[in-house]
Design a protein around this ligand. Structure first.
Ligand SMILES: C[S@@+](CC[C@H](N)C(=O)[O-])C[C@H]1O[C@@H](n2cnc3c(N)ncnc32)[C@H](O)[C@@H]1O
Length: 237
């Protein structure tokens, strides 16, 4: 497939999965207690080694090759920016700047987010900003549980606070994410289509250059909630 000919995920699922809210309810009722892997504990410690304990935190969850992490660190020089990905190969790929020009207020760590998010919560950390940019969509109907909002770790994502932003080129993913976040937090959560004149990530650039519509959820989890007309999910009957 050529560069600017990427496809929107194709799926037999045209709208929000009928099992989504039931699954989210279950994850809220049954805390997730999977043991942590040692390498994730070590990565968590490493990710905070350069932090002064005061700078507000930004997490770029599933940062891939890390271009977004670099842009976020440049845009927020007073913050400590952590790029986490499970793929060492992606993290190690050449950056758009020489090492000497990389911002000093960021770090990349290889970790599984399923542990990393829970370790952040267990340590009492809260985030100023939290990005989940173009997560793997898992568009097959039977793969619902692999989407982050339908995973048992999702309540921990919401507990980390801050401005949480998820972007995708699959509208259904973003609709589901908004609904699951609304149900998890009791907040009003909207979603929108958006343009990306200055793409934050390589996936965003590729989708934009392929002419695809892009979608996102942006939710300030620390704000006083006022009803602005977004999704407010209710428990399933
Ligand atoms: C589609 S890529 C998007 C990468 C980047 N955010 C971008 O937009 O260019 C999804 C990324 O999530 C990472 N990922 C998936 N599951 C993960 C997990 N459990 N823990 C950490 N990273 C994960 C993958 O390795 C991959 O780099």
């Amino acid at each position: 497939m050529s560069y600017a000919n990427s496809r929107i995920p194709s799926s037999a699922q045209a709208g929000v999965h009928e099992q989504l809210l039931r699954r989210v309810e279950r994850h809220l009722a049954e805390p997730f207690r999977k043991p942590y892997a040692d390498y994730n504990r070590a990565a968590f410690t490493e990710s905070l080694a350069g932090w002064d304990g005061r700078a507000p935190l930004i997490l770029d969850a599933g940062c891939g090759v890390g271009h977004s992490t670099i842009q976020l660190a440049r845009a927020h020089p007073e913050h400590w920016v952590i790029g986490v990905d499970q793929s060492q190969d992606r993290l190690a790929r050449r950056k758009p700047y020489p090492d000497a020009l990389l911002p000093a207020n960021m770090v990349f760590v290889r970790a599984d987010l399923v542990d990393y998010w829970r370790l952040c919560h267990e340590a009492g950390l809260t985030l100023a900003r939290h990005y989940i940019l173009y997560p793997n969509p898992w568009p097959k109907i039977g793969h619902l549980a692999r989407r982050w909002h339908a995973h048992p770790v999702f309540p921990f994502v919401a507990k980390l606070g801050g401005v949480l932003e998820c972007r995708s080129n699959w509208r259904v993913y973003i609709e589901e994410f908004a609904l699951a976040l609304a149900r998890t937090t009791g907040r009003t959560v909207g979603w929108e289509g958006f343009e990306a004149p200055a793409p934050l990530t390589p996936f965003e650039r590729k989708y934009r250059d392929s002419g695809q519509p892009l979608y996102r959820v942006v939710c300030d989890l620390d704000a006083d909630d006022s009803d602005t007309g977004g999704a407010r999910a209710r428990p399933t009957p």
